[in-house]
Design a protein around this ligand. Structure first.
Ligand SMILES: [Zn+2]
Length: 353
């Protein structure tokens, strides 16, 4: 178990397995670690009751249960505990696609027969948001420059903190002759934030909610296993932005921290409740946006003056001069922010700080 010295609280794990021998074995292995509190039940109805009424940090469930499918239980679990990590154990792998599993909020699949090392490694991965001091961050945008503009400062702070950052961009932008040049700008921008760039080729203005968009985002989540995801706010006049928000919310149900950023096209209904001070990240943000501005100097919304003024305005809600605003879909990691000692970028909630 890595970093378990960082764990101050005991992680509560609900184990659902109808086979008595299997359940006893699972509980035995989990109890070997002093910082886990596993509770075992044999029938899914008891599991549902426990999920509805108690706090949990992880669900481990068999795929085939009497009267209920494990994926269905995972789905129900997300209703009560959005972002709850779920491990599904099965003797019959590969029937479920990665997308279906991710959609149901499953963090990991384990194939029987189980050995203790693989089980504990999976538990470690599933509780990574809980245990880890550093994070894996995925920032999703419809077009080049959306992510940098919406949360470039927050990403720069993540980088300072040692977090792994991936930018997922769904479209390469408008089809113009300078496409190749634009791809280079996007790569340079990501590089200036210390981020890995994944760029898809959906057509700008044509990104509708669809299984394709779901699958592309689910694939990234399944590969990266982020504990924090940033995405567009749904309060936005650009349909591409809204579609990416909707898809992300559908497939990122197992991600413990999901925040929505502002765009120049956001509406007055954008209602941020979390403000990340970016005094230490503003220069990196301007540098990243500069990569795009060089190619399109007429874009006023990318100008350093506009970016700085916007961040300055939101700074009034944070204990910082400059800030980025976020809507919060969920934040199960919030309890650990006090232990993180984030440089300046400590999130400050409206009305509290
Ligand atoms: Zn955009």
């Amino acid at each position: 178990m890595s970093n378990n010295q960082d764990l101050e609280r005991i992680a509560r794990i609900l184990v659902v397995e109808d086979d008595d021998d299997q359940r006893t074995y699972l509980m035995h292995v989990l109890r070997r670690l002093g910082n886990l509190e596993p509770i075992g039940v044999g029938d899914p109805e008891s599991a549902l009751e426990l999920l509805a009424n108690e706090h949990w940090d992880l669900l481990i469930t068999d795929l085939i249960l009497p009267g209920r499918n494990g994926l269905n239980l995972a789905d129900e679990a997300q209703e009560h505990h959005g972002g709850l990590p779920v491990i599904v154990v099965t003797a019959h792998p590969s029937f479920e696609t990665a997308v279906e599993a991710v959609r149901a909020g499953v963090s990991d699949f384990l194939v029987k027969p189980l050995d203790a090392d693989r089980l504990l490694a999976a538990v470690d991965r599933a509780l990574s948001g809980f245990h880890r001091v550093t994070s894996r961050v995925l920032a999703i945008g419809a077009h080049p420059d959306d992510v940098e503009l919406g949360c470039g400062g927050a990403l720069a702070l993540h980088r300072i903190h040692g977090d792994e950052i991936t930018i997922l961009t769904m479209s390469q932008g408008a089809e113009t002759p300078d496409l190749e040049h634009r791809l280079k700008q996007a790569a340079l921008s990501a590089q200036r934030l210390g981020a890995t760039l994944i760029m898809h080729t959906l057509r700008e203005t044509m990104i509708a909610e669809s299984p394709t968009v779901d699958e592309l985002i689910a694939a990234a989540i399944s590969e990266i296993r982020p504990d924090t995801v940033y995405v567009h706010t749904p309060q936005d006049v650009v349909t591409d932005h809204r579609a990416v928000n909707a898809s992300t919310r559908r497939v990122a149900r197992a991600v413990p921290r999901l925040l929505c950023y502002q765009s120049p096209s956001s509406t007055v209904d954008f209602h941020p409740v979390e403000f990340i001070g970016i005094d230490n990240g503003l220069d990196s943000k301007l540098g990243a946006l500069g990569a795009f501005l060089e190619a399109a100097p007429d874009r006023e919304y990318l100008s350093p003056e506009m970016v700085r003024a916007t961040a300055r305005y939101w700074g009034r809600f944070a204990s910082a001069k400059y800030a980025e605003p976020f809507e919060v879909v969920r934040d199960r990691l919030d309890r650990r922010t006090d232990r993180l000692d984030l440089p300046v970028g400590r999130p400050t909630r409206a009305g509290r700080g």
